[in-house]
Design a protein around this ligand. Structure first.
Ligand code: GDP
Ligand code: MG
Length: 699
C-alpha cells in the first residue's frame, strides 16, 4: 500500500471541483503555477481512511480531452504522461447533477485512458429542487465505476468519497464504450503498430495540437506515419467520436436518470429574464458596480488610514529607540515604509475579492459576463474583463489579480496590459493639485471646469484602455481560442468556505508574490533618495546652516531646507537634474523631474516629493499649492505650473506606468518580465509623446 497516492480532480468548469478540493484539503493547500505557463495550479494534502495520504490536484476546468485552451492542455498533458510526478493513481471526475449529460462526455474519455476513475456527482442538494432522481447502481454498472453522490454545500458524501479514493485499487479500469468503432480499420492498424500502447492515448496524440515534448520521441516519430489522414478527415472522425459518446451517455441516462419537471421550481427563469434584460440587466449591473465602488473607497478608508499611521509610528518609534545610523535609517525609512506599502493594499484587495467571489458564487457574475461579452469582444476583451477594468479605478493591483478567471490567455493578457490606463485612486492627489493650479474656477452649465477636467481624465483613461485593447488584439499573435460557452449556473447562496478561501488565497498571493518586488524597489528608491555621491550631499547640514546663518528662520524651517538640499543632491535628485533636458520640452524643470523619478514607485509620492523639494511640510496642502503657484519657469519666466505645463503633466500621469506595485503584479500574473517591461516602456513613451505634443500645442 503506497502511503501517498496522487489524486486528480477533473471536470467541466463550475461543477464544484474547487469546492470538493476545499472539502478534502481544507487549509492544507498551496497555489502555484504550472511550470512556464500562467495557469494556476492548486494542490493539497488529504488524510484518508486506513492511514492513506493523498496528494490532491485541482485541475483546470475542461470540457473534453480535445484541447482548445491552455488550461485544457494542462489536463491532457498530465493524463498522457505517466512519468509526470503528478500522474494520477486515481482520477476523480467531478460532475454537476444538473448537467450530467454534458459532464459525462469528459468522463467517458478519461475512462478510455484506463486510469482508475471515480465519478463524483456533486450538488445533490439540488436534486429535490429540480425533480431529479438517479439510479446509482445502474449508473455504476453502465459507467464501469464507483459513484459518490455528494453535496459540498451540505457537506454530504465527502466521507464516502474519501473511502472510495482510499480503495481505488478495486476500481475497474475497463472503458465504458468502444471508441475505436468510429473507424475500425484505422484503429486496428494503430493497435498492430503499437501493441504495447493504449489505442485511445495514441489517438489523442495524433489528433491533438498540444505540447507532447514529454512523451517518448520515438513514439511520436512513429506516429507521424499515422497522420496520413487529412486534418479535415481527422476532425470528422473526432466529431464522430463525440457523437458516439453522446449516444452512449443518452442511452445510459435514459434509464439511470429521471427528471420530474413538475416538482422543479422556476424562480431561476424569472430572475434570468430580469438580470440579463437588455435594459434592466445593464442598469442593475451598474447599480451594483456603484455600490461595489463606494464600498471599496469608503469601507477600506479606515483600515488603510490605520495601517498608514501604524507604519508611520512604527518607523518613528524605530528611529527613537535604535541608535542613530545607516541601519536604523534603512529600517525606519526603507524597510518599514516598504512593508507598509504592501500591507496598505490588503484591505482593498481582500474587500474587492470578497465582493467578487460573492457575486461569482451566487451565480450572478455569469449573467454579467453574458451581458457584457458581446460589447467587450469587439475590442478583443472578454465579458470577464469588465470587472478588472472597473476595479482598476480603485487600484490596478486587485484589478489585475481579478483577471484570473478569463479562460483565454490572449484576452486575459490584453486585459492585464490595458488595465493600468484606468484612473486609479493614486492618480487623484496628483490630478487634484494640478487641476486646482491650472484650470480656471468658472462654470459651464452649472458644472465646474475643474470637475469636468477630472471627469474627462477618467474618460480618457477608460477610453485609452479600450482603444489599446483593440490595437493589441490586432497586434498580438497569440494562438488562444476564445470560446464562450453560454452556461448559466444556478443561483445559490455563496458558500462561506469558498468565499473565505478565495479572499485568503488572493491576499496571500499578493503579499508573497508582488510584495517581495515592492519591498525590494522601495529599498532601492530609499537608498537613492537618502544617499548622494558629493560633498554637497554629505555636508548638507553645514552648507544650509551656514547659508541661512544670517537669516532668522525657525529650526523646523531649517530642517526642511536641509531635507530639500539633501534630496536635491541625492542620487534621485541627480537623476532628476540629469533628465531635465529631456523633460524641458514638456514644460517641466528639474524639480518636477525629481518628483517624476521618485514617483516611479507610486504616483501619489509626486506631491510629497515636491513638498520636500520646496521645503514645506507635506500635510499643509495650501502651502504647497501656494509654493507651486509661485514657482517661476527658469527659462521662459512666468509661472512654471501654467495651463500648458499643467495639462502636459496631467496627461503624463494619465498614461505613464508610474507604479512599481502594478509592474510587480503583472510580473507575477504573467510569469515573465517581458510583459511588465513592455508595459513600462510603451506606456512611458506614449505618456511622454502625448505630454510633449500637448505642451507644444498649448504653449
Ligand atoms: P469549479 O469551477 O469546478 O472549481 O467549481 P467551484 O468549486 O468553483 O463551484 C462552482 C459553483 O458551484 C460555486 O458557486 C459553488 O458554490 C457551487 N457549488 C459547489 N458545490 C455545490 C453543492 O454541493 N451544491 C450547490 N448547490 N452548489 C455547489
Ligand atoms: Mg475551480
Amino acid at each position: 500500500m503506497p502511503k501517498h497516492i496522487n489524486v486528480a480532480l477533473i471536470g467541466n468548469p463550475n461543477t464544484g471541483k474547487t469546492s470538493v478540493f476545499n472539502a478534502l484539503t481544507g487549509l492544507n493547500q498551496k497555489v502555484g503555477n504550472y511550470p512556464g505557463i500562467t495557469v494556476e495550479k492548486k494542490e493539497g494534502l488529504c488524510k484518508l481512511p486506513r492511514g492513506v495520504k493523498a496528494h490532491i490536484i485541482d485541475l483546470p476546468g475542461t470540457y473534453s480531452l480535445n484541447a482548445s485552451s491552455l488550461d485544457e492542455n494542462v489536463v491532457i498533458e498530465l493524463l498522457l504522461n505517466k512519468n509526470d510526478k503528478d500522474y494520477p493513481d486515481v482520477a476523480v471526475v467531478v460532475s454537476d447533477v444538473e448537467n450530467l449529460k454534458r459532464n459525462l462526455l469528459l468522463y467517458t474519455q478519461i475512462k478510455d485512458l484506463q486510469i482508475p476513475t471515480i465519478l463524483v456527482i456533486n450538488m445533490s442538494d439540488r436534486m429535490a429542487y429540480k425533480g431529479i432522481h438517479l439510479d446509482i447502481p445502474y449508473l455504476e454498472e453502465q459507467l464501469q465505476t464507483k459513484i459518490a453522490l455528494i453535496s459540498t454545500r451540505k457537506g454530504k458524501g465527502i466521507d464516502q468519497l474519501k473511502t472510495l479514493i482510499a480503495n481505488f485499487k478495486e476500481l475497474p479500469t475497463t472503458p465504458c464504450l468502444n471508441a475505436s468503432e468510429i473507424d475500425p480499420e484505422y484503429f486496428t492498424r494503430l493497435k498492430k503498430a503499437f501493441p504495447n500502447q493504449l489505442v485511445y492515448k495514441l489517438w489523442l496524440v495524433i489528433t491533438q495540437d498540444v505540447n507532447f515534448g514529454k512523451i517518448d520521441r520515438n513514439e511520436v516519430d512513429a506516429l507521424q506515419s499515422f497522420k496520413t489522414k487529412s486534418k479535415a478527415d481527422l476532425k470528422r472522425l473526432q466529431q464522430k467520436e463525440t457523437i458516439k459518446r453522446y449516444q452512449f451517455i443518452n442511452d445510459t441516462l435514459k434509464k439511470g436518470q429521471t427528471i420530474d419537471l413538475k416538482s422543479a421550481k422556476d424562480l431561476r427563469i424569472k430572475l434570468d429574464r430580469i438580470l440579463t434584460h437588455k435594459v434592466w440587466g445593464y442598469l442593475i449591473f451598474f447599480a451594483i458596480l456603484l455600490v461595489l465602488f463606494q464600498a471599496i473607497y469608503d469601507w477600506t478608508e479606515v483600515p488603510m488610514d490605520f495601517i498608514d499611521s501604524t507604519f508611520a509610528s512604527l518607523s518613528e518609534w524605530t528611529k527613537n529607540v535604535l541608535p542613530e545610523g545607516a541601519f536604523t535609517n534603512l529600517l525606519a525609512e526603507g524597510i518599514i515604509p516598504g512593508l507598509g506599502g504592501i500591507v496598505i493594499f490588503i484591505p482593498q484587495i481582500a474587500f474587492l475579492f470578497l465582493i467578487i467571489s460573492i457575486l461569482e458564487e451566487s451565480g450572478y457574475m455569469s449573467r454579467v459576463v453574458f451581458l457584457m461579452d458581446r460589447i467587450m469582444r469587439r475590442f478583443g476583451l472578454s465579458g470577464k474583463s469588465v470587472v478588472p477594468l472597473i476595479s482598476g479605478t480603485a487600484c490596478a493591483i486587485p484589478a489585475i489579480m481579478a483577471t484570473r478567471n478569463i479562460e483565454s490567455w490572449k484576452e486575459r493578457l490584453i486585459t492585464i496590459l490595458v488595465t493600468p490606463f484606468t484612473t486609479c485612486s493614486a492618480r487623484l492627489p496628483v490630478y487634484l493639485i494640478i487641476i486646482s493650479l491650472v484650470i480656471p474656477q468658472g462654470r459651464v452649465l452649472g458644472l465646474s471646469y475643474q470637475a469636468l477636467t477630472l471627469m474627462l481624465l477618467y474618460l480618457i483613461g477608460f477610453g485609452t484602455a479600450i482603444f489599446s485593447a483593440w490595437i493589441l488584439n490586432k497586434v498580438l499573435k497569440i494562438k488562444s481560442k476564445s470560446f464562450f460557452v453560454v452556461e448559466m449556473p444556478n443561483y445559490k447562496l455563496p458558500l462561506v468556505k469558498n468565499v473565505a478561501l478565495t479572499v485568503l488565497e488572493k491576499t496571500k498571493s499578493f503579499v508573497f508574490g508582488a510584495g517581495k518586488i515592492i519591498l525590494a524597489i522601495s529599498i532601492v528608491l530609499w537608498f537613492l533618495a537618502s544617499y548622494g555621491p558629493s560633498d554637497d550631499f554629505n555636508n548638507a547640514e553645514e552648507i544650509v546652516t551656514t547659508s541661512y546663518a544670517s537669516e532668522n528662520i525657525s529650526s523646523e524651517e531649517l530642517q526642511q531646507k536641509i531635507a530639500s538640499h539633501k534630496l536635491e543632491h541625492s542620487f534621485i535628485g541627480i537623476t532628476g537634474r540629469a533628465i531635465e533636458p529631456a523633460i524641458r520640452p514638456l514644460g517641466y524643470d528639474w524639480k518636477i523631474g525629481i518628483a517624476i523619478v521618485s514617483s516611479f514607485a507610486a504616483r501619489e509620492v509626486f506631491v510629497g516629493t515636491l513638498a520636500t523639494i520646496y521645503s514645506v511640510g507635506s500635510d499643509e496642502e495650501e502651502t504647497i499649492k501656494n509654493r507651486m503657484a509661485g514657482e517661476v519657469n527658469p527659462i521662459l519666466g512666468g509661472p512654471l505650473f501654467n495651463f500648458a505645463s499643467g495639462i502636459s503633466l496631467l496627461l503624463f500621469y494619465a498614461f505613464a506606468m508610474q507604479c512599481m506595485s502594478t509592474l510587480a503584479i503583472v510580473k507575477r500574473e504573467t510569469n515573465s518580465w517581458k510583459w511588465p517591461m513592455l508595459q513600462l516602456v510603451i506606456m512611458s513613451a506614449f505618456a511622454y509623446i502625448v505630454a510633449l505634443i500637448a505642451y507644444q500645442l498649448l504653449i
